[in-house]
Design a protein around this ligand. Sequence first.
Ligand SMILES: CCCCCCCCCCCCC/C=C/[C@@H](O)[C@H](COP(=O)(O)O)NC(=O)CCCCC
Ligand SMILES: Nc1ncnc2c1ncn2[C@@H]1O[C@H](COP(=O)(O)OP(=O)(O)O)[C@@H](O)[C@H]1O
Ligand SMILES: [Ca+2]
Length: 540
Amino acid sequence: MGERSPPPAGRRTRLVSSLVLGQRACEVALDPERGALEWTEQPQPRGGRESCAVPISEIIAVEETEIDKKQCNSGKWQKMAKPHAFTASRPKHLLVYINPYGGKKQGEKIYEQKVAPLFSLASISTDVIVTERANHARDNLLEVNLEKYDGVVCVGGDGMFNEVMHGLIGRTQKDSGIDQNNPKAPLVQCNIRIGIIPAGSTDCVCYSTVGINDPVTSALHIIVGDTQPLDVSSVHHHDTLLKYFVSLLGYGFYGDILKDSEGKRWMGPVRYDLSGFKTFLSHHYYEGTISLLPASHAVGSPRDKKHCRSGCHICKQSKQRLEIEQKKNGGEIKGDDEGEWKVIRGKFLAINIANISCACPRSPKGLAPAAHLADGSSDLILVRKCSRFNFLRYLIRHTNRDDQKLARGESWPDFHCGMKLTFPSKNQAAKGVTGHTWPCTAAFDFSFVEVYRIKKFQFTSKHLEDGDCDAKKMQKNRFGHFCRDHPACCCIPPSSTWNCDGETLDCSTIEVTVHCQLMKLFARGIERNSTLEAVQRQLC
Ligand SMILES: CCCCCCCCCCCCC/C=C/[C@@H](O)[C@H](COP(=O)(O)O)NC(=O)CCCCC
Ligand SMILES: Nc1ncnc2c1ncn2[C@@H]1O[C@H](COP(=O)(O)OP(=O)(O)O)[C@@H](O)[C@H]1O
Ligand SMILES: [Ca+2]
């Protein structure tokens, strides 16, 4: 490569060279201003020039280089010594945990065939542990020497991610002398990033942070060293930490699905469909008291039409406002008495707390489409007792697949502007039809659905007023109460269970606190679809 012309004052040198590939000649340029490697085909006799560019930060590897002319002629090449020199934030050494039993039990195969070759191409070295039991990864993380790693990778589903996250959060708090059992303790952020290679049943955390559950895409985010901060919520029963969660904490419908699906794990992901159908038919509702502390610092609302995307300014602003709020409080997280608590009593089919959108292949927009990855708040969705038909209407709205591509004649329900867009067919276009829109209702637009953006939450089941979690007592109640409102069943279970990132919790009386940006992932959030969003902007 050689310098073509001196750069104007203040501009950095642009390196330009010619490259011949077979019959095709290209002009290749390294542009420091754009931070990109560009190549342009030489003008063709009959056509124009084609130009491409790739950001330098996204080049995976520069594998081979010429040493000198002689060796080049003899066909000898040399590996570059430091391909990591491209960017500073790339990992060099990773600790990998594989759950061989997650999802369709393909974790090891996915890692070996799709991920390991890419890591090797990018000169990333790995220590790989195939787990032998539940909590193997968590326990290992509590004692392993983490200093030699630039990140931890988990191959599996949300349960596996949750396990690795517990290991890292637990380790960080232990090293900092923080008592995790104290619900008011300000937790210390984990600085080591987690990469998720999706190989589970729901893969919600991966899908909601990357936009797809594809192992290769996730591996590339790890290799280029992307960073995405992530909110984590803690769940306590009085002064005992029960669990942390990142995706869904669900009581009623999603808790019952999980409980029913536990014995069907051998079926793989399809267990959720079967248990989902069964739980839908049982149509159980649960009575209880909810107390919530609204997220006054949060910039957005759960009904926003604009969703959390790469580099989200709402997450940045909310974090700043939270820090200001905490500084005013002498660095402490606000006490329970700060802000105005709201108390809601009722009969609920589902109580869902979504830390993030909870988008997944079954629900591409998620249970809480406007929830943010890193704003220090969760979206609380209350589905009150309603008819089976109405509950089905609510559920179906979650399965909406307003996909990235809009083919001719296809419709695209667009929650960003609350309208549904139809792209005209060729015949329509020929007749001058330009496409049309009509209102499109979101899953929250039902009288029996309420949504709140919260930073703290408490729940007490009506049947466990004293807050204990005596399973025997629950079991006794389960068969002692005869159903008044459900002709199809013989009893109402007094309590459901909480589904916490796909793990059941033993207590129904809980207290939840959102911890802003407690974790970091190798991800960059869902990227904007520039073409579609440009169309939307024109329409809105
Ligand atoms: C009768 C029709 C039902 C249609 C429901 C469609 C809506 C599905 C929304 C799913 C939201 C999922 C939120 C994420 C939960 C995961 O954390 C959890 C554990 O995942 P994994 O470890 O990968 O297995 N998954 C679930 O709880 C499964 C919920 C399945 C619901 C059908
Ligand atoms: N080797 C193992 N044997 C049994 N369970 C395991 C093993 N490794 C991890 N687990 C547990 O399996 C649970 C589910 O794993 P996950 O990868 O999320 O699969 P899925 O998405 O199918 O639920 C996690 O809670 C994790 O703790
Ligand atoms: Ca959030």
